[in-house]
Design a protein around this ligand. Structure first.
Ligand code: MN
Length: 216
């Protein structure tokens, strides 16, 4: 009997952990974000459902290419809870990504979301790296109509290896996936991570570290 109780408790904890690891399932039709509230919760408080309108679930503009005039030659246009308050608590969002030829979406991770990407136009080399100790690179070249998945938390990237501009759309499993761009986080933190630490971590001299830091 005691064993059964322990077992059932473990099962309950397991399912509780699974349910709480990501955005919890909604307990109502919707919880449109009310960003004006000063109360702090995991997400946003709900707007009065009687005041909710179609515009709370709407965004227009993803037909427009993003401005790719930057060192990476790419632009991510995000549509998450910041753009659509009706996404609050629903665990999903969307991005459009534009790429110049040889443009990259640099190595980055989404701490709160798995990403599923669809190539709408062009040819993209994509990849992600598994966690330690294997750090295996899993990569593929995608053409128009191809779909690829970047599992939650793993470092991933894309590069336009075609001769024309490329366009992709991606769904993400969070209303607020978050982005950590590896180069910016490591070499562009504010204040800087000590050059000694980075020199040792990357097995290079401090001048090389300072040189990279100066670019961020
Ligand atoms: Mn991504």
């Amino acid at each position: 009997m005691a064993n059964l109780t322990v077992f059932l408790s473990l099962v309950a904890l397991t399912f509780c952990g699974l349910a709480m690891a990501f955005e919890p399932s909604p307990l109502q039709d919707f919880c449109v974000a009310d960003p004006s509230s000063s109360a702090k919760v995991n997400g946003f408080l709900c707007k009065d459902p009687k005041m909710v309108q179609a515009s709370d679930f709407f965004f227009s503009g993803l037909h427009l290419p993003g401005n790719t005039s930057n060192p990476n030659g790419s632009k991510v246009t995000a549509v998450n809870v910041a753009q659509i308050p009706g996404l609050n608590t629903l665990g999903v969002s969307l991005v459009r990504i534009d790429y110049e030829p040889m443009g990259i979406n640099p190595p980055h991770t989404h701490p709160r979301a798995t990403e599923i990407i669809l190539v709408l136009q062009g040819v993209l080399e994509v990849g992600f790296v598994t966690s330690n100790p294997d750090n295996r690179l899993i990569s593929k070249v995608l053409k128009t109509g191809d779909v690829f998945v970047f599992p939650v938390g793993l470092v991933h990237f894309q590069r336009n290896v075609g001769s024309t501009k490329a366009v992709a759309f991606a769904g993400l499993s969070s209303q607020n996936p978050g982005v950590i761009t590896i180069a910016n986080a490591v070499f562009g933190s504010d204040p800087d991570i000590s050059a000694d630490i980075l020199a040792k971590a990357f097995q290079v001299d401090k001048n090389t570290v300072s040189n990279i830091q100066s670019k961020f």
